[in-house]
Write a protein that binds this ligand. Structure first.
Ligand SMILES: [Zn+2]
Ligand SMILES: [Zn+2]
Length: 150
């Protein structure tokens, strides 16, 4: 009878030990997941902050407005190659730009979807996608190098 009892206790201890091990493993992996997520989030926030700063520089050379607003401002002086019967095509995504959509205009007077030009710009392209006119000179480019390249 007593032997039976001790066997039962040993059995219980093994079950308890395994159970405890599983619980510890679950908690450990949970903590690891939280840690990794937080680290990812931090890098994400940092990169989006950098993008915000860079987009502010873009705002200086290429203001954001709707196509409608831009149209009102430039009306009368429209001799733009990409406007056919009042339809504008974004040269980045080759989709039509509707009048209520947000656009970015470059100094060469070419217009693109706001998001399309932002993606283009954030990908370190500082020339107009259509005519390759340089619209922005990165701050870290030395003037001498720039002149030399031209
Ligand atoms: Zn586009
Ligand atoms: Zn252009």
């Amino acid at each position: 009878m007593a032997g039976d009892q001790s066997l039962k206790n040993t059995h219980m201890a093994i079950v308890l030990g395994i159970g405890l091990g599983v619980v510890v493993l679950i908690i450990a992996s949970l903590l690891l997941t939280i840690f990794i997520n937080r680290r990812d989030r931090r890098t994400f926030l940092q990169s989006s902050k950098n993008a915000d700063e860079r987009l502010r520089s873009l705002d200086a050379v290429s203001p954001t407005r709707t196509l409608e607003e831009w149209w009102t401002i430039t009306k009368g002086s429209l001799g733009l190659s990409e406007a056919v019967d009042g339809h504008f095509v974004c040269a980045v995504c080759l989709d039509e730009v509707s009048r209520t959509e947000q656009i970015r205009e470059l100094q060469c007077r070419h217009v693109f979807h706001r998001e399309c030009l932002e993606t283009w710009y954030l990908g370190d392209h500082f020339n107009c996608p259509l005519c390759h006119h340089e619209y922005y000179v990165p701050k870290n480019t030395r003037r001498l190098d720039y002149v030399w390249m031209v």
